[in-house]
Design a protein around this ligand. Structure first.
Ligand SMILES: *[C@@H]1O[C@H](CO)[C@@H](O)[C@H](O)[C@H]1NC(C)=O
Ligand SMILES: *[C@@H]1O[C@H](CO)[C@@H](O)[C@H](O)[C@H]1NC(C)=O
Ligand SMILES: *[C@@H]1O[C@H](CO)[C@@H](O)[C@H](O)[C@H]1NC(C)=O
Ligand SMILES: *[C@@H]1O[C@H](CO)[C@@H](O)[C@H](O)[C@H]1NC(C)=O
Ligand SMILES: *[C@@H]1O[C@H](CO)[C@@H](O)[C@H](O)[C@H]1NC(C)=O
Length: 426
């Protein structure tokens, strides 16, 4: 009796083994086949954008015109939400907060992200971006991605290999003075900064301390793909500005964050709730320095490329606000703040340093001398509210891991449903 059951068990095991091998072979074959079904599905999911932004890269000149005459009152118009988005996530510019908006929008609308390989949180920065840094990328996976928003050093020709032609490109720039102060604190342990006693000390002996890292000079110019130790001449500044303008549909300004969100909402044809956000990746006030006038001037001159870029896009930003309508802007900012306050009352108990955050999965990454703050959520939230509140304060590394796992899983389940679909007709 005992022997027979044992025998049966081996048969079972063998069968299981055979089944496993067969599945393995199937799995590999289907992964190849799966790409084409995925492609087809995405064609249906991404009808060409009309109304909101009639863009076809690379004819960026026409885009300027579009924005010049779009801003009639449009609250009730039938524009279509843009879902193909490229965000160049610049460093230390409040870009983590923008990223959270994009990650949430994509997650809640089941969009596909172009994520870094191996569950990384950056596209092998500071190397120049390459399409091969995208998880699951192949020549055939182009057009299956909706949103791309992780840190990279921009290279247009490679980005274009990944995202569809009608993708909306945007980025954000910050005043280089406060940016440099923030970088110095955040990247204190990198080689250009590590030996400097203070920011003033660094600035007074740059030729001694500076080791060429992007973090220490013209980081925005670097992130945008240009030479951050490049030539400083009016012609060069103007050309760089024009090139960035030709590539990006919108350039936001950190100092005018709410104005930026309103312009973004308008350009993407999204709602107030879509662009709601809480500040992420912020420092405690104790690690922020006040900067003397003299130091400010030194920072500007040390980061002259970034400074010129900033002045250029600060100007075009305000021209855009002008076209949007100053009063309308004021109204929309008030509405945005009202909703943010409501959401904050609903979700947040307090901001907190890492050791005081109860939910360990919500602790933000800490770096250098900066103390990065996170949040505690209120308890007793309903299920849907809990999910929304949780996502609003999930730091980017954790959020990326979560999306990465989700996209892997959905890839697997699409293969599974394919198998079931094949078996059913028989
Ligand atoms: C939008 O249209 C709806 C119905 O057509 C109307 O009830 C609403 O007041 C309009 N909203 C605005 C802001 O015009
Ligand atoms: C996203 O997918 C989930 C699970 O398949 C589904 O329940 C949900 O309705 C989808 N949401 C949207 C906006 O399509
Ligand atoms: C992704 O990376 C994080 C570390 O950043 C790790 O904790 C997590 O387990 C990884 N997830 C997967 C699915 O490999
Ligand atoms: C930090 O500084 C800002 C601006 O000066 C102020 O609004 C905020 O209340 C301060 N936060 C704390 C925790 O002191
Ligand atoms: C940015 O533009 C605003 C509005 O024109 C202006 O008040 C501000 O001084 C500008 N900032 C810089 C750094 O040029």
């Amino acid at each position: 009796m005992k022997k027979r059951t044992l025998c049966r068990r081996t048969v079972c095991l063998k069968l299981l083994c055979v089944a496993l091998i067969v599945t393995g072979v199937l799995f590999t074959t289907l992964q190849i086949l799966d790409v084409s079904t995925e492609e087809r599905r995405n064609e249906q999911r991404n009808p060409p954008m009309t109304q909101c932004v009639p863009i076809l890269r690379p004819t960026p000149a026409s885009r300027g015109e579009h924005y010049n005459n779009e801003n009639k009152e449009r609250e009730n118009s039938s524009c279509k939400a843009i879902t193909n988005i490229f965000f160049l996530k610049t460093h230390k510019t409040a870009s983590s907060t923008i990223m959270n908006i994009l990650l949430r929008y994509g997650e809640f609308h089941n969009l596909t992200f172009a994520l870094p390989l191996y569950n990384n949180s950056q596209f092998l920065y500071p190397k120049y971006f390459s399409a091969s840094f995208v998880d699951g990328f192949s020549a055939r996976s182009k057009d299956t991605y909706h949103i791309m928003c992780h840190h990279m050093r921009f290279l247009l020709t490679e980005v274009e290999k990944v995202v569809p032609a009608n993708t909306f490109y945007f980025t954000i720039l910050r005043n280089p003075v406060s940016l440099m102060e923030s970088s110095f604190s955040y990247y204190k342990s990198t080689d250009s900064f590590i030996r400097a006693k203070s920011l003033e000390d660094f600035l007074s002996k740059t030729s001694y301390y500076y080791r060429g890292n992007s973090h220490a000079r013209n980081i925005m110019t670097f992130d945008l793909g240009f030479n951050h130790n490049g030539k400083e001449s009016p012609k060069h500044f103007r050309l760089t500005g024009k090139m960035v303008e030709a590539t990006y549909d919108l350039v936001l300004i950190t100092e005018y964050f709410d104005e930026s969100l309103v312009l973004l909402k308008d350009a993407l044809c999204w709602t107030f709730d879509d662009v709601l956000s809480f500040p992420l990746n912020t420092r405690t006030n104790s690690t922020k320095l006040t900067i003397s006038q003299e130091t400010q001037e030194k920072i500007k001159s040390w980061n002259q490329l970034d400074w010129q870029l900033y002045v250029y896009f600060n100007n075009s930003f305000w021209e855009r606000v002008e076209k949007f309508g100053k009063e309308r802007m004021q109204r929309e900012i008030e509405e945005l703040r009202k909703r943010r306050d409501q959401m904050s009352k609903l979700c947040l108990q307090n901001t907190a340093v890492a050791s005081k955050i109860r939910d360990k999965s919500l602790i933000p990454y800490q770096s250098g001398k900066a103390i990065i703050l996170g949040y505690n959520l209120k308890s007793g939230l309903g299920k849907a509210e809990q999910l929304l509140c949780q996502r609003l304060v999930t730091p980017e590394i954790q959020y990326t891991n979560l999306l990465w796992a989700k996209q892997r899983k959905s890839k697997f389940s699409s293969i599974k449903s394919w198998i079931i679909g094949v078996r059913r007709p028989k």
